[in-house]
Design a protein. Sequence first.
Length: 702
Amino acid sequence: MKKIILIMVVSFSSNALGQNQGVYPKTAKGETVDTYFETKINDPYRWLEDDKSTQTAEWVKQENNITFNYLAQIPFRNEIREKMEKMWNYEKISAPFKEGKYTYFYKNNGLQNQSVLYRKDDVGKEEVFLDPNTFSKDATTSLDGVSFSKDGSLVAYSISEAGSDWRKVIFINAETKKSIGSDLVDVKFSGLSWKGNEGIYYSSYEKPKGSELSAKTDEHKLYFHKLGSQQKEDVVIFGDQQKRRYVGGSVSEDDNYLFISAANSTSGNELYIMNLKDPKSKIVTVVEGFDNDVDVLDNIGSKLYILTNINAPNKCVVTADANNPNPKNWKPFIRETENVLSPSTGAGYIFANYMKDAISQVQQYGYDGKLVREITLPGIGTVSGFGGKMKDEVLYFSFTNYTTPGTIYSFSPKEGESKIYKQPKVNFNSNNFVSKQVFYPSKDGTKIPMIITYKKGVTLNGKNPTILYGYGGFNISLTPSFSVANAIWLDMGGVYAVANLRGGGEYGKKWHDAGTKMQKQNVFDDFIAAAEYLIKEKYTTPDYLAIKGGSNGGLLVGATMTQRPDLMKVALPAVGVLDMLRYHTFTAGAGWAYDYGTAEESKSMFDYLIKYSPVHNVKLGVKYPATLITTGDHDDRVVPAHSFKFAAELQAKQSGTNPVLIRIETNAGHGAGKPVSKTIEEAADIQAFTLFNMGFREVPRK
């Protein structure tokens, strides 16, 4: 059990910010002590968790002053930003989708802060439908999601303000674009699914006591909102009796069924179904418990097509009768293979998108279970799409890799033919670069894939500025994709390496589980081994190596730099989970326990977490790499207190002249919906900081 003692005592620490670079802000230290299983743990910077306090606000202001003054002195910072802005300035268009009598698509002219939703009528007349750039003066209010009623006449769209996960939902008439009904507020982690033209199903938590940006949100509920009614009249469909952290509901395309997913963590869920055509129908349990993932892919009448990893770690598709959906009655449809399956549906077909060593392969199936064809893809990389309505005659998919900007292709399912629909005109010559996949051994001998990208002709002399990127968690796979920021890095002669670590989803459930809880150290070992491989093969040396990651990847960077500070010159943890003893006490963090475990569940779990928790493993007098921590003041996914406390610990204990800075973006959250201008500025600052601390005094030109 844990007891908390809090006595605020003001003390100060300062440290040189490198040579002639000023001093860090003085950070007060309190005497907060937590007790875990008779072990006392000091938490001197607990006060930084209070995002409402004037003291925290003043600390943020001082830290940003130091950081931006430092960045302003880098002689080539503006040059990198200008390069990035110039390359970023190209038209970006999404795949189109049909709703009612209109065809909709997103477009960004180049440097617009938010992409605009357009539509065309049957004769090709184009108009703006929703422009998020008009939602707020500083473009920090973004369009989060748009849901059309089945006939396309009604629209529900959600907006995010300042990057927060809390959403507002607005209803409009699609034809007139005028508001209808009353808005919904305080909606979080929610889809928007229409039941006919009657209303929508959505999910949220009750507004927490205390700060809405950091207070714990633990009981998710599924509601039905009838169009024209007030939100206070909304009916709870699921979550009153069954306490779940994550609940979602979606209506089948034919409007016959409501499918409900309920979970207590980010892995494993229950599945329920309700017949919407029967007024007396009750919610029926399909799968109980949280040991597996299960989701309804589609239905034809009462025949359900279900995606699951029950007895199939790499996932398979089964069929079931909606009138008797118990798993014992399921029938195989697309069997499990050695590669991870992620299917989609459209135009009367099922598309089995497989991932082989983080690379896409796609097979097309009929609803009778017969393989129609293996789809020829444009190259080696990541493919997404092939989704649409049953009646669609043309589908779309995108293709990208580390050297190929995302290109949209149209696909004719009957003929199996694809052609370029929209190819971006980016000032980047892919032919000048090479990406190659290698497999290297981790500490325990496990083979880990990594894709290394660089400019042709780069000399392997150990002096190439290199960014090693990783994630390693939550069953998330890192597959090849193009990034303007990375393209600028490559064009300057940098090496960009992405390691597919355990904890991710690249090889299914077993690969994921091998990087969770008391096997989490595997992830850090995999990342360390990746750095050692790059050094051994002379791509780089510790003086020219930066490690980078965000969110769970921020934890990865924090743990790696505290375990092996000798291995890299620069560390770039972004919006990281860095206090492993308290992460579950903020917002929806308790749902991450499948991956991490919690310090309170057992002494052995506490003992394991305290050994790698970045905040608790900063040692006095150690020479840590030059560090630029990035976060947002409105991040209510991974609260900025993680980054605040880590920065304070590093600044107080750092030895040597490597700077430790924290860049805190205002009116920004975990990343989604961030304005293009802010994204470019942050990316340029990160690259300028990285190169400057590797010893460069001008932009590398190779």
